[in-house]
Write a protein that binds this ligand. Structure first.
Ligand SMILES: Nc1ncnc2c1ncn2[C@@H]1O[C@H](COP(=O)(O)OS(=O)(=O)O)[C@@H](OP(=O)(O)O)[C@H]1O
Length: 365
């Protein structure tokens, strides 16, 4: 009787999960983007890049505005001082949207043990915490510069988490992108006004950020391949744990009461938070779609080149001239991306040649 009860089923699903459906993660968030041809893959990749760029560009600008803008009039104007609340709002919005999507499309497919999603949630929260804490010891531009080399830890973590092996050219590409983005960011003045001295604590927190961040993407990718988890279920499950992990400290510290009272007094703050959460939701939809379709390395490449592309775009729009160092940085990054595409094409060509050759031999025989 116990073995057939609803609660028993729920418990086993949480611990062991359901059996993976063979079409699991093929149920895409963006059903219009289907197909495996080169053109279809290129369209998917372009959509992921644009989606991540637009979402996180708007998100970044608004988040900075909310944290630096003073709400209220004259001498009574005050700044909002609780970044943890913004992280919580982003997670709860993502949780609600993913839940509504699953409910409306009736696509609930509970693949994989539920508790295993908590690992990605915990490491994501830890990476966010390290990132915000590091800003007390290193300047924001220095942090952005440090993140430029994030592809290498993602590759190392890929070996640890999923025993993934990378080709030599992929390490070369990662190194070239790290160097190119760093060259570009230092040339465009992104590392000027470095008022905060970089300390050992800052360095340790940045290493912590890289470790947790690379674990998150690799673990999610592992869950996608191992259990065929659909992207929206990943978003729902990870954010379910994240809501729990972020709300408890907020409630204990009184941050939740402070933030809700701030919202009541300054309705424009509530509007800003709503818009940030919305951009965070679209950002997460693109994160999980990109991870499911292309894996953690491509996802990190898009995120790493994100800052450079946005500065480059503003230079093009406003007609700013790039310094020779910045131009060199952009050239190195584009050469690396070209090298990656070319190497993948050559490998694919070699594989198809190897597959067709035996048939040709048997035909002639
Ligand atoms: N894999 C994965 N899963 C879920 N969420 C993720 C993931 N990677 C990045 N993020 C969230 O995206 C926000 C921007 O992250 P980063 O600052 O690390 O991005 S960047 O690499 O510097 O561009 C940031 O959001 P906040 O935590 O709300 O600040 C990250 O938590």
């Amino acid at each position: 009787v116990l073995g057939q009860g609803k609660w028993y089923q729920l418990l086993t699903c949480c611990i062991f999960g359901n059996e993976a459906s063979p079409t699991g993660n093929k149920r895409s968030i963006f059903p219009c983007l289907s197909g495996d041809t080169t053109t279809a893959t290129a369209i998917k990749l372009a959509t992921c890049t644009i989606g991540l760029q637009v979402s996180y560009l708007t998100w970044g600008v608004l988040q900075e505005k909310v944290m630096t803008h003073k709400y209220g009039e004259g001498a009574q104007a005050v700044k909002f001082k609780n970044s943890e609340f913004l992280v919580f709002m982003n997670r709860i919005a993502a949780f609600i949207v993913a839940g509504l999507y699953i409910q409306i499309t009736r696509s609930g497919q509970w693949n994989g043990p539920f508790y295993r999603f908590s690992f990605a949630s915990l490491s994501n929260i830890c990476s966010s915490w390290c990132q915000y804490e590091a800003l007390r010891f290193v300047s924001f531009p220095t942090q952005v510069l440090g993140k430029a080399s994030k592809m290498i830890p993602v590759m190392i973590m890929g070996r640890v988490v999923s025993k993934k092996t990378y080709q030599y050219y992929e390490y070369v590409v990662a190194l070239m992108i790290s160097v190119g983005v760093s060259l570009f960011l230092t040339a465009t003045g992104s590392d000027k006004h470095n008022s905060t001295e970089t300390t050992v604590s800052g360095l340790i927190l940045m290493i912590g950020y890289m470790g947790f961040d690379s674990f998150t993407a690799n673990w999610q990718s592992h869950m996608f391949t191992e259990y065929k988890v659909p992207s929206m279920q990943m978003m729902f499950n990870v954010n379910c744990f994240s809501c729990l992990f972020t709300s408890v400290p907020l409630l204990i510290s009184g941050g939740m009461t402070y933030a809700l009272a701030f919202m009541m007094v300054h309705p424009s703050f509530a509007t800003h938070v709503g818009i940030i959460s919305l951009t965070s939701v679209t950002g997460q939809m693109f994160i999980f779609y990109t991870l499911a379709e292309f894996g953690p390395l491509v996802f990190t490449t898009i995120m790493v080149t994100r800052n450079m592309l946005s500065i480059l775009l503003s230079c093009i729009i406003y007609g700013h001239v790039l310094t020779s160092q910045a131009a060199l940085g952009v050239s190195v990054v584009f050469c690396a991306l070209f090298l990656q595409i070319y190497a993948k094409y050559r490998i694919k060509q070699k594989k198809s040649q190897q597959a067709t050759n035996p048939r040709e031999q048997s035909d002639t025989a």
